[in-house]
Write a protein that binds this ligand. Sequence first.
Ligand code: ADP
Ligand code: MG
Length: 404
Amino acid sequence: MSKKTIRDIQLQGKTVLMRVDFNVPMSEGRITNDNRIVQALPTIKYALEQEAKLVLFSHLGRIKTEADKETNSLAPVAKRLSELLEKKVTFVPETRGQVLEKAIKNMKNGDIVMFENTRFEDLNEKAESKNNPELGKYWASLGDVFVNDAFGTAHRAHASNVGIANNIETAVAGFLMEKEIKFIGEAVDNPERPFVAILGGAKVSDKISVIENLLNKADKILICGAMAYTFYKAKGYEVGLSKCEDDFVDFAKQLLEKAGGKIILPQDHLVTKEFAADAEADLVPADNILTDQMGMDIGPKTIELFKEQLNDAKTVVWNGPAGVFEFEKFATGTKAICQILAELKDATTILGGGDSAAAAIQMGFQDKFTHISTGGGASLEYLEGKELPGIKAINNKGCCCKNC
Ligand code: ADP
Ligand code: MG
C-alpha cells in the first residue's frame, strides 16, 4: 500500500508538525557528526518553500534520569540547523506547556520552531517511548498536519510518531521516509528479479527473521561475515576459534535444507590466530580452518563467486559487513562487495544495517548505492517483512484516513 507524502498535501499557512531524526552523535555538548541533520534538510526546506509554519520534533539519546537531560538537550542541534539553513530557528526548551504553545501561536508562514528532546517526557513514566495516549493527543493538538520523516524510529510506536499520527487527520511521509518505503518496501514486496540478498555481520541470531523472510523472497542469499561460521558448523566443518553461535547451528542446518541451494556460502577465508588489527593472516579454503584459527574476512575466491552470483541481479539488498572491516587488513571483502555493487548496471542496490552503511560510507561508496538506509533497527525489521508501526500510522494514498 503506498503512503501519502508531503507532496500530496497543502502546506501553505498550516502549522506542520514534523518528526525528524536528529538523534546525532554528541560528545561534551558538541555534535560530532551532523549527517542526520543534513539528510533532513530537503523535507524541511520543501515545507518552508511551501510557506508552512514548521514545528520540529526529535528525540536524542535515552533519558532515564534528570542528569541525562543536560547531556541530551537538542539546543546544539537547533543551532546547527539554523547555520545549515542560514535561517532563524526558534528553540523552545520545553516539551509542553504555555511557552511552547505561545511560540507556536506567534509563528508566521516560513518560520521554524524546534522544541526540546521528545524523550524528556520519558521521565514521566516513559510517556514518549510508551506512546502515552494523552501525550500523542496533546502534541497533535499543536498543529494542523503531521509529517513523519524519522524512519529510524518507525519500528517503534512512540508518542511522537504513532501517537501524533493517530490523533490528527493528515499524517504523511517526508522525503526520507518516502525513500525508505519505496526502496526497502518494494524490494521486499515486489522486487525486480533476479533478487539477490547479501547477509553478513556478527550474528545469525540478530538476523534470523531476515534470513527466513528473504529465503521466501530472494532468488539467492549470499552469506558472509561471522554469520558464515554458524552455517559451516551446521555443515560439519571445523570453524576453529571463529565467531560462531552454537545455539543456532540446528537452525542454520534447517535453513540450508529448506533453501535448496539458494544459500551460497563463502569458499575461502582470511584467518588469524588472534583478534587484532595487525594479526598475521593466512588464506584458507572454507573446509580447512584449523582449531587455533579464526575467520576474519572472506577471501578472493569468494569475492569472485559473489561477483558471478550478482552479475545479472536486478535487485540487491545487503545487510551486514563481510568481515571485521574495522581492521584495515580485514576490510577487503566488504570493500569488494561495495565495488561489485557499484559496477552493477541497471540494478537497484540497497544497503541496510548500521555497521554496513557506516563501512560503505567510510570507504567512499556513499553515492554508489541506489539507497543506503538511515535506520539500523528499523531497516532490519522492515527486511523481516514486518509492518512498522510508524509507517502504518501514515495515511494511505488515495484514501481519506488511515483506515479505509
Ligand atoms: P549491521 O550493523 O550492518 O547490521 P552487524 O551489527 O550485524 O552489522 O555486524 C557488524 C559487525 O560484524 C562488525 O563489527 C564486524 O566487525 C563484525 N564481523 C564481520 N565479520 C566478522 C568475522 N568474521 N568475525 C567477527 N566479527 C565479524
Ligand atoms: Mg550493527
